[in-house]
Design a protein around this ligand. Structure first.
Ligand SMILES: O=C(O)CCC(=O)C(=O)O
Ligand SMILES: [Fe+2]
Length: 313
């Protein structure tokens, strides 16, 4: 099911086409996931498989509100027919910092037999997450902000960009979401007048009333359903409204062919960026320990130079 008014939609896409036509030009797309099995992803099936586990419950951005259990969240929030305000959102991330928390790693382990990596997505040539084997699969490997997203009708992810110039994918498994995207060059137009130093805050609400059209007009709009994978390239601002009780899996990555802004970000020495902790955590999991961005730049200088040559030739 895709009713993608003007985000490009592809029924089939090879990895090579994905890299050439979308990663390099930093262009959004929605792709059909040919490996997707709808029957595995009902809320009932999920509750059966992982209802007992603790989940991270968030507001309409990335501020943690409480720790609950999946069963409790589903019982209290799923199944309402009306649009409601202030609906909370489960963002069940795998471990992304070296602290104890209600991480989603156990949940990912319990659902790993229910899905596989969409074939068009590259498992090699990634700068993030770094890996010793050079092959990474979101089904079994940790990624920055890899999360099971569980959200009832009316829940939202307000306008934001993703961290450290990383790309994101959102694989939709159950229910329906309305996506809007604004191109990176509109960030100033969309910046809030009230400063906000949180990682994902600082932009206006483009959907103050959930049921009305977005303002200002986005560059892209699409309605995404089960079996669709949305690609959100780095720097694109996006706002997502849950139209029907929803289950998705998301993760972030940086592919060499989409990494110029990431390299620039590191070179500008972003020591004050709170998201640096997440980046460092994923390097440390690959056995690479850095205390500052300049150490990453030093270690990767040759590879970065090759990438820059290839992309700017
Ligand atoms: O599907 C959504 O709610 C959007 C998620 C998202 O943009 C994010 O987690 O960064
Ligand atoms: Fe995002």
């Amino acid at each position: 099911m895709a009713n993608v008014q003007n985000i490009e939609y592809r029924e089939t896409l090879t990895e090579r086409e994905f890299i050439e036509e979308y990663v390099k030009p930093n262009r959004p797309v929605v792709v059909k996931d040919t490996t997707f099995k709808a029957e595995c992803w009902s809320p009932e099936a999920l509750a059966e498989l992982a209802g007992d586990l603790e989940v991270q419950v968030y507001d309409t951005l990335f501020a943690l509100q409480e720790v609950s259990t999946l069963k409790k969240y589903l019982d209290e929030n799923f199944g309402h027919t009306e649009f409601r305000d202030q609906v909370r959102y489960v963002r069940w991330y795998n471990q992304l910092k070296a602290i104890d928390h209600a991480w989603g790693d156990e949940a990912f382990d319990r659902v790993k037999h229910l899905w596989s990596k969409p074939e068009f997505l590259p498992a090699t040539d990634l700068l993030v997450p770094a890996s010793q084997s050079g092959y990474v699969d979101p089904v079994t490997d940790g990624f920055p902000y890899r999360g099971i997203l569980i959200a009832a009708k009316g829940a939202r992810t307000r306008l934001h960009t993703d961290p450290f110039c990383s790309d994101a994918v959102v694989a939709q498994f159950y229910g329906v979401k309305d996506f809007v995207m604004y191109s990176p060059d509109r960030a100033e137009e969309l910046r809030d007048t009230v400063p906000d130093s949180t990682s994902f805050g600082g932009f206006i609400d483009v959907r103050p009333n959930a049921l009305e059209k977005c303002k200002p007009e986005p560059d892209f709009h699409g309605v995404v359903g089960p079996g669709n994978v949305a690609y959100v390239p780095h720097g694109w601002l996006h706002d997502v409204l849950v139209l029907e009780d929803s289950v998705s899996i998301t993760w972030n990555f940086i592919h060499e062919m989409g990494s110029l802004e990431f390299i620039d970000y590191l070179m500008e020495d972003p020591h004050a960026d709170p998201e640096l902790e997440v980046l460092k955590y994923f390097y440390s999991r690959a056995g690479e320990n850095y205390s500052s961005p300049s150490e990453i730049v030093k270690k990767y200088s040759e590879r970065f130079a090759q990438i820059e040559d290839a992309l700017t030739a």
